[in-house]
Design a protein around this ligand. Structure first.
Ligand code: SAH
Length: 253
């Protein structure tokens, strides 16, 4: 019997934001593999095995999943959000490229999910309506100098910037350094959005000006979004403002 491997995006948290395709693939799997808190999000099903691994063990987890699929299991590797955005899909393909020749013949599929930046954008309006980019602030898998260089290039290009992995306890100063760099390229009143635990009961969103952005507001469940020079706020009497980036853009000054 030939096994299969699906790499599934669980979305940002809320059950309604899990796609129907992801739901069907999760039900069909014999084995669920992933970082513990993500595996815990998958409802228990009799006969289905769950394998919880450490978050830093991506390549090892990918190889384990490929081995299981090779032995005939229907394996689901789970990621939060979209599995192709700073997540497991790349780790699986990296393992395939450098691993056993038989792995290339496996039935491998990627099932998309709603990434944190899209769930955040929808919760506040339409900040990603024009050109944007996503940068992971984590220096686990790349040097911090590269993070800063890309941040600066994105700021100069006037993209809206979505920052993933913007803060961890191991690197409490990095986000402050990132804000300091951005302040030399973006106006002090540029909107900065802190979106924590989007779509979950403990969801919290704060919209502040870049001059007031405090790194301490961010934790590991927070997506930080920085507006472009065109991003605008629409004030509302009740509730927080809408944030949007218009569909048109001017030539650079
Ligand atoms: N594949 C995921 C991202 C994994 S990196 C996706 O597409 O969303 C992990 C980072 O994603 C976190 O540090 C945080 O910045 C962001 N994130 C994930 N889920 C989130 C949520 N529900 N609310 C806010 N940010 C989230």
């Amino acid at each position: 019997m030939t096994g299969s491997l699906t790499i599934i995006g669980l979305g940002p948290g809320a059950a309604e934001l899990l796609t129907q395709e992801a739901r069907t693939c999760l039900e069909d799997a014999s084995d669920i593999i992933g970082y513990g808190p993500y595996v815990d999000r998958v409802p228990e099903r009799a006969g289905q095995r769950k394998h919880r691994t450490d978050n830093r063990e991506e390549l090892g987890r990918a190889r384990h999943a490929l081995d299981l699929a090779q032995s005939g299991a229907r394996v689901a590797v789970v990621s939060s959000g979209d599995p192709g955005v700073f997540a497991m899909a790349s780790a699986v393909f990296e393992a395939v490229e450098h691993g056993a020749a038989e792995w290339r013949h496996l039935d491998i599929r990627v099932v998309p999910g709603i990434s944190a930046m899209f769930a955040t954008a929808a919760a506040i309006g339409a900040p990603l309506g024009h050109d944007f980019c996503a940068i992971s602030l984590s220096d686990n898998l790349k040097p911090w100098e590269l993070v800063l260089a890309r941040l600066e290039a994105a700021a100069r290009a006037d993209f809206v910037i979505a920052l993933y992995n913007a803060r961890s306890n191991a690197r409490p100063d990095h986000l402050g350094e990132a804000f300091a760099r951005l302040r030399s390229w973006r106006a002090p009143e540029t909107p900065v959005i802190f979106a924590t635990a989007i779509s979950r009961p403990e969801q919290r969103i704060d919209i502040v000006a870049l001059r007031d952005a405090e790194p301490a507001r961010c934790d590991m469940r927070t997506l930080v979004m920085i507006g472009s020079s065109a991003t605008r706020l629409i004030a509302r009497q009740n509730g927080s403002p809408w944030v949007y980036t218009p569909r048109f853009a001017r030539s650079p000054a």
